[in-house]
Design a protein around this ligand. Structure first.
Ligand code: ADP
Ligand code: MG
Length: 394
């Protein structure tokens, strides 16, 4: 069996070789940042609500060596190509768009007045791309930690998350909320966190012993996420705007109760009402799941997750057929406690809570039944809560 230590040193060696091949010489500075999985709280972040989230033991590493030329050269072992850019004039790279996540973080930091040091960098990630586990926040946070370390400046983790979000919003052009970057920057080992997206703080929310968190990747690629995501956001904003006529004090769906929404449901276009109803219910489910976990109430965990899945399908309309097929497969698997979609939806992963003693049986069963319905080979694996972004010191 490969121990964790072996796989860490193996990964380090592999990245060192890639670095030497690309740049000649060895890397001297290493950083890492994890992906994340939301146990509850789809699309609640940009509604200033709550999310129950966990940084996972799938992460992105950057191996680097500082340069004195004021340039960054960035390559990835996961994707072809890379690019070199000057820190005093940071532009987009349309040929290698993935480098825009790195460029974006550099641009925002530099606009904020931080003194940046250039570097040669090699990226490697074990977070799958576009599957709802937030590989984009992981590369952003690993980049921010690298600049912080090389520039030797202070940048607290919440500010770092905000820098990543701005990079993704303003430079990459994806209008995401704060969930991904916050989780990657401030996630903690051995516990989930209950994130308050309005106040940008969190408390820990531990997962009971005996309950495993299992990622169920449908391998269905997300499509239209950019435009659909923007549309959902706009519908929530429209709902708030209309409801403000009746409740002038509200500024986000976070402030609206189910009763308030029901009282004025007729004033909203039906689709907007459905979107708002989902967010308001989902937000409450985050708090309820945190409590169910603390009380180790498995039936309640299962019910809340099923309700979240049903709401995502019927009200928010972010569930695709492969996600339904996966939900069927995991619901029938031994050890299943509950499951729902992770991330923005439209494909990607489901997250399941599973009786830890039956994780292997669960994985074997769902891995066998899911392809029968979809023809797709899923990737189903347990994850553990891992520390947030930081330096890697070997
Ligand atoms: P998600 O964040 O859910 O994985 P996104 O579409 O937001 O999906 O971000 C995925 C994109 O982030 C990739 O297509 C790629 O452009 C970039 N990216 C993430 N990790 C890496 C990496 N290790 N190397 C190169 N690009 C990466
Ligand atoms: Mg992303």
């Amino acid at each position: 069996m490969v121990s964790e230590h072996d796989s860490i040193s193996e990964r380090r060696r592999m990245m060192e070789s890639a670095f030497v091949r690309r740049f000649g010489g060895a890397p001297t500075v290493w950083t890492r940042a994890p992906g994340r999985v939301d146990l509850m709280g789809s699309h609640t972040d940009y509604n200033e609500g709550f999310v129950l989230t966990m940084s996972i033991d799938r992460d992105t590493w950057i191996a680097a060596r500082p340069r004195t030329t004021g340039r960054v050269a960035i390559y990835s072992m996961n994707l072809e190509g890379g690019s070199v850019f000057p820190l005093d004039n940071i532009d987009h790279d349309d040929t290698h768009p993935w480098t825009n996540y790195v460029r974006g973080v550099a641009k925002i930091l530099s606009d904020l007045g931080y003194e940046l040091t250039g570097f040669d960098g090699m990226v490697h990630s074990t977070v799958p791309f576009g599957s709802g586990l937030s590989s984009s926040a992981a590369i952003e946070m690993a980049t921010a930690v690298m600049f912080r370390r090389l520039g030797d400046f202070n940048l607290d983790p919440v500010s770092m998350a905000l820098v990543g979000q701005r990079a993704e919003n303003d430079f990459v052009g994806m209008n995401c909320g704060i969930l991904d970057q916050y989780s990657s920057a401030l996630g903690q080992e051995a516990t989930a966190i209950l994130l308050d997206c309005r106040h940008l703080n969190h408390q820990t929310a531990s997962i009971p012993p005996g309950v495993a968190v299992v990622i169920c990747d449908t391998k269905a690629h997300r499509e239209l996420t950019g435009s659909e995501y923007g549309e959902r956001r706009a519908q929530c904003e429209e709902g708030v705007h209309i409801l403000q006529q009746f409740y002038p004090d509200i500024s986000a769906l976070r402030d609206v109760s189910s009763e308030q929404l029901s009282a004025h449901a007729e004033s909203l276009p039906p689709v907007v009402e459905r979107r708002c109803r989902f967010i308001i219910q989902e937000n409450q489910r985050v708090l309820d799941l945190a409590r169910a976990l603390s009380e180790n109430d498995r039936p309640r965990m299962g019910r809340l997750m099923s309700e979240s899945f049903a709401g995502a399908r019927d009200l928010y309309e972010i569930v695709v057929p492969e996600m339904e097929a996966m939900m069927d497969a995991i619901s029938a698997a031994p050890g299943f406690i509950g499951g729902r979609g992770a991330g923005a939806g439209f494909g990607g992963c489901l997250v399941a809570l599973v009786d830890a003693a039956r994780t292997d049986e669960f994985i074997a069963s769902a891995s066998e039944s899911y392809p029968q319905k979809t023809g797709l080979r899923p990737d189903i694996y347990p994850v553990r809560a891992a520390a947030g972004a930081g330096n890697l010191d070997f």
